[in-house]
Design a protein around this ligand. Structure first.
Ligand SMILES: Cc1cc2nc3c(=O)[nH]c(=O)nc-3n(C[C@H](O)[C@H](O)[C@H](O)COP(=O)(O)O)c2cc1C
Length: 311
């Protein structure tokens, strides 16, 4: 990235439990980053590391269309985690690793055994960190429930941590009344960072056809409307856990990004904004953060993490 003049003196690099990010931004899982070439494009556009689509133990078709609808302040999606399965994606991970691109593998399963098997395969393929998707509202069974259940969250996190040396990020759901006990449970289970958050459950109705627009009726809200909700969770977790927090939800501009850092995020993920704009958003946000730091006589992104709690 070619920042000019003063901006070259600003340090935007952060460390997430051993995963070193040259810039503090990653793509959010599942939004466009569904193949090695697309993930590489995001890295070249200024992502510090890239995150795969959530991979399950078997391939999944997901829900029938319509699965995405634009709503006020964002998108509703009910993709239902379509993915080619862990085994299919291992070669894409190897490819990215050979290109020197730090890759975070996002994965989900419905049994602890499958979570463990997948984490072993992803580590062997060359993933540099894992993101445990406990929070998708579109999957039933154990994994769908556990993001709202501290006991399952701790149990699954611990089981995976016992089998992998990789940094483990646990991605949580905003569909809870209190995220703090769940974040504490993930931390007790050995999580190295928490990603907050996945999408917020919602729906939309077509008044002409007089029926829900999404085939699955309910979907997950992402985009600007989600930002105040996820930001609140980052703030609350910062006051209650010690591990790093990765902010995610409605980040479109460098100003949104700065809010997350001030609330306590050490890194951020961008989803819907890539879908509705362009990959150049990574560079624009990196540059905006560097300029903000420079304008405030600061030299390092780490100086603003959690700063709003002190004022
Ligand atoms: C089309 C679409 C697909 C998604 N797929 C996944 C996924 O596979 N795994 C996951 O953890 N989150 C998934 N998400 C959630 C995003 O990673 C992110 O948590 C959420 O969209 C909030 O961020 P945003 O407002 O920047 O989009 C998906 C979101 C969208 C819009």
């Amino acid at each position: 990235m070619n920042y000019q003049g003063e901006l070259t003196k600003i340090n935007l690099a952060v460390d997430l439990a051993g995963l070193k990010l040259r810039y503090p931004i990653m793509n959010a899982s599942g939004v466009l980053g569904i193949s090695a070439p697309l993930l590489k494009k995001m890295y070249n556009a200024g992502a510090g590391a890239v995150i795969t689509k959530s991979l399950g133990p078997e391939s999944r078709l997901g829900h029938p269309n319509p699965t995405v609808v634009e709503v006020e302040g964002g998108l509703l999606n009910s993709m239902g985690l379509p993915n080619p399965g862990v085994d299919y994606f291992l070669s894409e991970i190897k490819h990215l690793k050979n290109e020197g691109i730090p890759i975070v593998a996002s994965f989900f399963a419905s049994t602890i055994d499958d979570f463990i098997k997948s984490s072993i395969k992803l580590e062997e393929a060359g993933a540099q960190a894992l993101e445990l998707n406990l929070s998708c509202p579109n999957v039933g069974g154990e994994s769908g429930m556990c993001a709202s259940d501290p006991v399952s969250t701790e149990k699954i996190t611990k089981a995976i941590k016992n089998t992998t040396k990789l940094p483990l990020f646990v991605k949580l759901s905003p569909n809870v009344t209190d995220i703090v006990p769940i974040a504490i449970a993930a931390e007790s289970g050995g999580a190295d960072a928490i990603t907050a958050t996945n999408t917020l459950k919602g729906m939309s109705i077509d008044i002409d056809f007089k029926k829900p627009i999404l085939s699955n009726i309910m979907g997950g809200l992402s985009g600007s409307a989600l930002k105040p909700v996820s930001l609140r969770f980052v703030w609350e977790m910062y006051e209650n856990i010690k591990i790093p927090i990765i902010g995610c939800g409605g980040i479109f501009t460098w100003r949104d990004a700065i809010e997350y850092f001030l609330a306590g995020a050490r890194a951020i993920e961008i989803g819907t904004a890539i879908m509705l704009n362009d990959y150049k958003i990574f560079h624009e946000i990196n540059e905006g953060i560097a300029r903000y730091l420079s304008d405030n006589d600061l030299k390092d992104i780490k100086e603003i993490i959690g700063l709003a709690h002190k004022s």
